[in-house]
Write a protein that binds this ligand. Sequence first.
Ligand SMILES: [Mn+2]
Length: 462
Amino acid sequence: MNQGFVQKAKEIAKELKERDHFLVVYNHDADGISSGAIIATALKRLGKNFEVKVLKQLYVEEIRKIAGTAQNYLFIDFGSGQLKELKEIIKENFFVLDHHQPQKEEWQHHLNPLLFGIDGGEEISAAGVAYAVAKCVDKKNSDLAALAVVGAIGDMQDSSGQLVGFNREILSDAVSAGVISTKTGLRLYGRISRPLIQFLQFSSSPIIPMLTANEQNCLLFLQGLGIELKEGEQWRCFEDLSKQEQEKFSSALIVHMHKWNVPEWKIQSLIGEIYSLEKEHKKSPLHDAKEFGTLLNSCGRHGLAKVGLAVCMGDRKENYPTALAMLAEHRRQLREGLELVKENGIKEFEGFYFFDAGGKVKDSIIGIVAGMLYGSGVIAPTKPIIALVENSDGSLKASGRATSELVRNGLNLGKIFKEMQVELGEGTEGGGHRPAAGIKFPKPKKQEFLALLDKKIKEQLA
Ligand SMILES: [Mn+2]
């Protein structure tokens, strides 16, 4: 345990116990919702008065709206990058629990692992930071470690195959409290909520060559293993399989990926630690930390973060069915996206593959769909794929995805879209990472966009 970090968590916990009338402001993704729920539960158990408010981003206008509405404020999973603005507008009586890059600004009630040399990208998420405070408030809050694990998984802090660093200490609290159990197994998403075919077909991390986005091949793969897809009327999911069937499935998948020359590190990351929430029903997606995280993200994306928060705080009646519906909606949109690709086909430019979804696919889904196409066998890994959707405001949003091989060869989609933001001018907003990036631009600039993009990609890969 890092002494400085724990000391600061203790100080903040003490303040929370002494004060009352809080506004808990939290981020709308899985980590933000879990951390909001951890703090809200801790306050509730103390008998404090509090309100909650979700935000997509902590813009200055939002801070202005919030100011004066409570006696004390907690900003969770953001705020470290807005300390100056918070000090100017809220002035005092606010706390920041975050793991993003902080401004160079002093603030007494600011807990961020990066200030203590702890990696906030891999070792602890906002939910872990919130948990550290909750645990200092009362040792009995150790059951909340389960939500801290969900938050960390939601922020993909297990990408090495298991939780590391500070997250491991939180995990061990969760195991001791009997709220989480771990096992080693296949780390594909959807072990509980996805029928076997979709378990393979919708795999986007990693992409499985010839199986992702290819329903027919998934069916053949499973038939080849002799695994029954149904039990009576019910589609079987991976958790329904016997131990032998699970092992058969996993080894066949590994052999398959070797056959298609998937890099060794990617194949290895397929097997790792699985986190189960022991207090949740075995058939509920909440039983698996990854699915719990996706359920929260689905709620957040649909403007229903509060539903996710209620579920995190134990609601299994009023809000739970809505949360399940959001998760189903997420899957439906992925399926629809892939079907649309089949119908509309993919165009090929010299520098990239292109898919125009029109107004039919949400811009939050299109990037995932684009990435999945590499698995379908429809496109070669030699060019990036660019997918386009029309937003409800009439603007266009392009999402680009590239393979790691293309990135090694010099492709940087984030840089291209950042440059295009300047070159396409007003109404354009672009950026992102080398293999995954996005850009929004006015509709009349579509042809200009395509031509410029083709030129830039060819230049980078020349
Ligand atoms: Mn986060």
